[in-house]
Write a protein of this length. Structure first.
Length: 187
């Protein structure tokens, strides 16, 4: 969001009658958002990384085209249901979505997604089954997706994460520049 688009976003929220969050660069339009009835919520992160040749890492990562196995692992790792789960499932069924599974002993243990928009790679949803967390599956999926993005001609990768999360730590370790983004919600 930019100062040029913030008015349209506020109008859209008011017109829809919804209560979505607006995520903006910290400090952007704070007075305007307050006057429009928004309150500051927890920050979110945006992670950016210029892409160069990525070192190859020997991992057991497979790209899948069918949604079912990928979505089963992704959703089991997220441990969510209801409308949030429905949104995540719909988002990760998009035809442009590339889907990857980390496989251990022949069974999928983690999932991660990627979309490419020109020369920018957007690292999408990623999760690991609870029993397999803490063993590096997401770090391997992250490195693999960066390699795929580099091979596709991308010059920048972006991702989002919750501040203080394992995902944020993985992105920082992988060399991403982490930016805090302000989140605003309607009262």
């Amino acid at each position: 969001m930019t100062i040029e688009t913030i008015h349209a976003a506020i109008d859209l929220v008011a017109a829809e009658g919804n209560r979505p969050a607006l995520v903006v660069p910290t400090g952007l339009g704070e007075a305007l958002l307050l006057r429009a009835g928004f309150v500051r919520a927890a920050d979110r992160l945006l992670a950016l990384k210029p892409l160069t040749t990525q070192p190859r890492v020997a991992v057991d990562i497979i790209e899948v085209t069918a949604d079912d196995a990928f979505l089963d692992v992704l959703m089991a790792g997220y441990e969510v249901d209801g409308p949030v789960a429905a949104f995540i499932r719909a988002e990760h069924r998009l035809p442009m979505m590339r889907r990857f599974l980390a496989v251990a002993r022949g069974k999928p243990i983690a999932a991660a997604a990627l979309t490419i928009h020109g020369d920018v790679a957007v690292l999408g949803g990623a999760s690991t089954l609870p029993a397999h967390r803490g063993h590096g599956a997401q770090s391997q999926l992250l490195r693999h997706r960066l390699h795929v993005a580099t091979d596709a001609g991308c010059t920048l990768a972006v991702a989002t994460a919750r501040p203080g999360s394992v995902s944020a730590a993985n992105l920082a370790r992988a060399g991403f520049h982490i930016q805090h983004r302000a989140t605003w919600k309607r009262n």
